[in-house]
Design a protein around this ligand. Structure first.
Ligand code: A2P
Length: 344
């Protein structure tokens, strides 16, 4: 096999740094790594596999060096500008932003669910939204077996999904509380909010990304549209409420499903248990269910509180938790690169 070269774009950000960690753990057969960020970070040092690397400024010429793969996690605007340049030079881009996810020529991939789509790429493969990724992993085997009729999503999303500024808002809120300031009145909070419109500490904000004309947020519509694309169910009725909560890392979701077919609950649990990437944590007699602090640092999707929804003929409720920075972004992207290498 030829010497493979990989670039990480947005290497100094929350997802970029996680991607570097996952790459270090996976030890893919890649011979050369390059790390890009904005001009501001140019010259910064990154330790990777016990070797020092210098962060480079991303420019239009960056991809002249003949990269095979690039993992982009530097926001939608950077992806829109630079991913097509990279792809035009023969580099396959795995893009973490929402810029290309709904483009019909761009595969939207969660390897456990639709790895076969990777082959259809024309230079860009999109990594889905973090909340979508952890939902579709358990939904896929259930859809295959019982055919989903409708989904209701309610999410409880960690601040790390909003990048460094989101994490700082929660840290500053905690500091403000410890200093004895009034935390319940936004105007008197003694710190500047960097990301969220209200203090995230001591609040749940039903507002992730911007509001749209239909009353939903972009995050909610991402979950709806991306789930349909990944499950290949373009007409599937889905609704969503996405909420930011004062948790540092790992998203939690309540998922309610109605099926076309009837199911046996034990058999359904076995179906979930045997699906790659799913771990069942579902033992209410010993108070065992998935929680954010247990999911952090892992690449699997943790599922529990599995129970019938008695209000409809064939309905189910469950709770799903995953590390939004790893499986929800960095690890999923690295898994896609791994698949691309396997298929070479
Ligand atoms: P930098 O650290 O130089 O600003 P996060 O989502 O955690 O805030 O991180 C965003 C990542 O995207 C950072 O690595 C950031 O680099 C990078 N980034 C932002 N804008 C650009 C840009 N125009 N070109 C390259 N990288 C960018």
């Amino acid at each position: 096999m030829k010497d493979l070269k990989l670039a990480v774009v947005g290497a100094t950000g929350v997802v970029g740094r996680a991607a570097i960690k996952v790459l270090e753990e996976k030890k893919l057969p890649i011979s050369s790594y390059t790390f890009f960020a904005s001009k501001k970070s140019s010259g910064k040092k990154i330790m990777f596999m016990e070797k020092g690397y210098t962060v480079q400024e991303l420019t239009e010429q960056s991809f002249d060096k003949g990269f095979d793969f690039a993992i982009f996690s530097a926001g939608g605007e950077t992806s829109k500008k630079y991913a097509p340049i990279a792809a035009s030079k023969g580099c396959i881009v795995v893009d973490n932003s929402s810029a290309f996810r709904m483009d019909k020529d761009v595969p939207l991939v969660v390897p456990e669910v639709n790895a076969q789509e990777i082959r259809k790429n024309k230079g860009i493969i999109a990594n889905p939204n973090c909340s979508t990724i952890q939902a579709v992993v358990p939904l896929k085997p259930l859809d295959d077996k019982y055919k989903i009729k409708r989904i209701v999503y309610s999410t409880y999303q960690a601040v790390s999904g909003a990048g460094r500024d989101g994490i700082e808002d929660l840290e500053n809120g905690i500091k403000n509380y410890r200093e004895g300031n009034d935390i319940n009145v936004a105007e008197t909070s003694k710190y500047e909010l960097k990301k969220f419109p209200y203090p995230i500490f001591n609040n749940c904000l039903p507002h992730i990304d911007t509001f749209l004309d239909n009353g939903y947020t972009k995050e909610e519509m991402k979950m709806i549209n991306e789930t349909r694309k990944i499950l290949n169910r373009p007409e599937l009725p889905i609704t969503a409420t996405t909420v930011r909560v004062p948790v540092f890392n790992s998203h939690s979701e309540s998922i309610n499903i109605e099926f076309e077919n009837e199911f046996d609950l034990d058999e359904l649990k076995d179906t979930l248990r045997s699906f790659p990437g799913v771990i069942l944590v579902d033992d209410i007699d010993s108070n065992k269910y998935p929680i954010a602090t247990d999911a952090t640092g892992h690449d699997e999707v943790f599922v529990g509180r599995i129970r019938r929804d008695f209000s409809v003929k064939s309905g189910l409720n469950f709770w799903v938790v995953a590390d939004n920075i790893r499986k929800g972004a960095a690890s999923n992207a690295v898994q896609i690169v791994e698949k691309l290498i396997e298929e070479m």
